[in-house]
Design a protein around this ligand. Structure first.
Ligand SMILES: Nc1ncnc2c1ncn2[C@@H]1O[C@H](COP(=O)(O)OP(=O)(O)OP(=O)(O)O)[C@@H](O)[C@H]1O
Ligand SMILES: [Mg+2]
Length: 260
């Protein structure tokens, strides 16, 4: 039975999509069967996976609309893309329209759950990339998740809003999805030259008693990461020897260690 993990964040541009993408391939390398879902209308991961957006005939937005309108879906073979051993459900701009429409829908938070639950028996992990705000779509993702990984860059204000964010997650857990747990904070774009990674780790330790934990795997800032996105390749293919790549592999090990 798959564990469903959502990558979320308090703000945009902190490496959620890059982390979802690379964690998926790192888990795959460790022998896990992975489904990756792009649940952000800006479709960043989709643009990495497919060469031309025009080839995307059915996106997660279509599946959301189908679920609302007729509760019927096409055969998964018509929309799941397999790239180098990882299965993928693409996104498109249309997802933004779904956000507005879903607000009027009965049981609106559970639409994505209806789509993904049937896949649990086929995968070890389902990873969902989300958009940079806690909107109706992100709440949908958290309503089907077992775990949330919070991505945070290592800027001075990285942990601003963490308390409010955790408060909302707690509400979702209490009201909609009792399984939901925060699995940890993933520090991204760590500058090796500065001490901020350590300072922020200590700050969370002091302020939140180490709960949520900060993953031991901290992702360094590396120009190769941006390049790999440009060429649409996971780090395991584009720059396997970089520390960033090794850290994503370590992260996959930390995630798997939670199984026990
Ligand atoms: N470790 C890293 N080193 C260098 N650049 C990085 C690293 N991680 C991510 N980036 C770059 O930072 C930018 C933002 O990353 P990404 O798109 O993954 O963030 P995001 O949180 O998904 O953003 P959004 O909120 O817009 O969806 C991208 O240009 C990406 O290439
Ligand atoms: Mg993103």
């Amino acid at each position: 039975m798959a564990k469903i993990i959502v990558l979320g964040a308090m703000k945009g541009g902190v490496g959620k999509s890059v982390s979802t993408y690379n964690l998926a391939y790192s888990l795959k390398k460790l022998g896990k069967n992975v489904l990756m879902v792009d649940f952000d209308g800006s479709a960043n991961i989709t643009k990495c996976v497919v060469e031309n957006m025009k080839t995307v005939k059915i996106s997660i937005g279509d599946l959301m609309l189908n679920q609302m309108d007729k509760e019927e879906q096409p055969n998964p073979a018509e929309y799941i893309i397999n790239r180098n051993g990882v299965d993928f459900i693409p996104s498109s701009q249309m997802l933004s329209a779904v956000d507005a429409k879903s607000r009027l829908e009965m049981g609106a938070e559970k639409i994505l759950a209806c789509i993904l639950e049937p896949f649990r028996k086929e995968y070890d992990y389902i990873l969902i990339d989300t958009c940079p705000s806690l909107n109706a779509l992100t709440i949908n993702a958290l309503s089907v998740a077992d775990e949330l990984i919070i991505a945070a860059d290592t800027q001075f204000w990285a942990m601003t809003g963490l308390e409010d964010y955790l408060g909302t997650v707690k509400k979702i857990k209490n009201r909609i999805n009792s399984r939901l747990e925060v699995s940890g904070i993933l520090l991204t774009m760590c500058e090796e030259r500065t001490n901020l990674c350590k300072v922020i780790t200590q700050e969370v330790e002091d302020q939140f008693n180490g709960k949520p934990r900060i993953f031991n795997s901290k992702i360094p800032r590396n120009i190769k990461v941006g390049e790999s996105v440009y060429y649409g390749e996971p780090l395991l293919e584009y720059a396997p020897r970089t520390k960033a790549c090794k850290m994503y592999q370590n992260l996959a090990k930390e995630v798997i260690a939670d199984e026990k």
